[in-house]
Design a binder for this molecule. Structure first.
Ligand SMILES: *[C@@H]1O[C@H](CO)[C@@H](O)[C@H](O)[C@H]1NC(C)=O
Ligand SMILES: *[C@@H]1O[C@H](CO)[C@@H](O)[C@H](O)[C@H]1NC(C)=O
Length: 235
């Protein structure tokens, strides 16, 4: 009698495996169909590059992101040493001139700057969903086709009055006009991530690691941010 139960259980388990595999395949086909759809509705800025072009894709996602999640090692007493993440408005250069380096406008009063004063190690996360591309294509933010970029490294304060400071501050204020009205007594400074590792989820097949040198050397000539901005001004 007992064996009958075991047999039934085994059959059910086997069936659920087959069922599961089938569902998975159907899902992947459905994904591929969606991915190949051409849509003219574009509340997002412009289609991203071909997913096999890893460096253009990485640079596109960062250049088109207005904000990032910044993860640091916390100094808050209750969670000392825990990872802690925050939202920061970013640019990777001016609208017309992408550098691939994320720049930040920070105050020593903020969580992140306080953590970074003790430990400058950080990870910066940006997602293609920030352009609304994924939502438009009905792709979930965690779907690997909704490309995401995790830049890790050490955060560095940029010295005032250097050409890089002037460039980065102007770029931050160009993309985030609200920064001009941030409270003047918060000792704002400009910082950047000195990138040590670039990890990217881009399409199926696992994580991609992009050589930092090639990523930085790539001449990104996309003008979609500039066009998007100019269109906004015309409205
Ligand atoms: C872009 O920025 C770099 C410095 O980050 C500068 O050397 C270059 O001249 C700039 N190009 C344009 C078109 O502004
Ligand atoms: C990047 O590409 C643009 C357009 O093709 C070109 O004008 C510019 O000189 C290039 N910049 C570098 C640093 O190669």
């Amino acid at each position: 009698m007992k064996w009958v139960y075991v047999l039934v259980a085994c059959l059910c388990f086997f069936n659920s495996l087959v069922d599961c595999k089938w569902k998975h395949e159907r899902r992947e086909n459905h994904w591929r169909e969606n991915a190949n759809e051409v849509t003219t509705a574009s509340s997002y800025r412009q289609d991203p590059p071909d997913h096999t072009k890893l460096i253009p894709m990485a640079r596109y996602v960062l250049h088109n992101a207005d904000w990032a999640s910044l993860a640091t090692i916390s100094i808050l007493p209750a969670i000392e040493g825990f990872p802690f993440s925050n939202v920061k408005s970013i640019v990777d250069g001016s609208l017309a001139n992408s550098t691939g380096v994320p720049y930040f406008y920070m105050s020593p009063l903020d969580f992140s700057a306080r953590d970074l004063a003790k430990n400058s190690r950080a990870t910066v996360l940006v997602s293609l969903e920030e352009t609304r591309y994924c939502e438009n294509k009905k792709i979930d933010p965690e779907d690997p086709r909704c490309t995401r970029l995790m830049l890790s490294g050490k955060m560095k304060k940029i010295k005032e009055r250097t050409p890089e400071y002037v460039f980065a501050k102007a770029a931050l204020f160009e993309r985030h006009p609200a920064m001009a009205d941030f409270p003047p007594d918060h000792n704002w400074f400009v910082a950047k991530l000195k990138i040590a590792q670039i990890a990217m989820i881009d399409w199926f097949g696992g994580a991609k690691y992009i050589p930092v040198r090639d990523y930085l050397a790539y001449n990104y000539t996309g003008t979609e941010m500039l066009q998007f901005h100019n269109k906004g001004l015309q409205k």
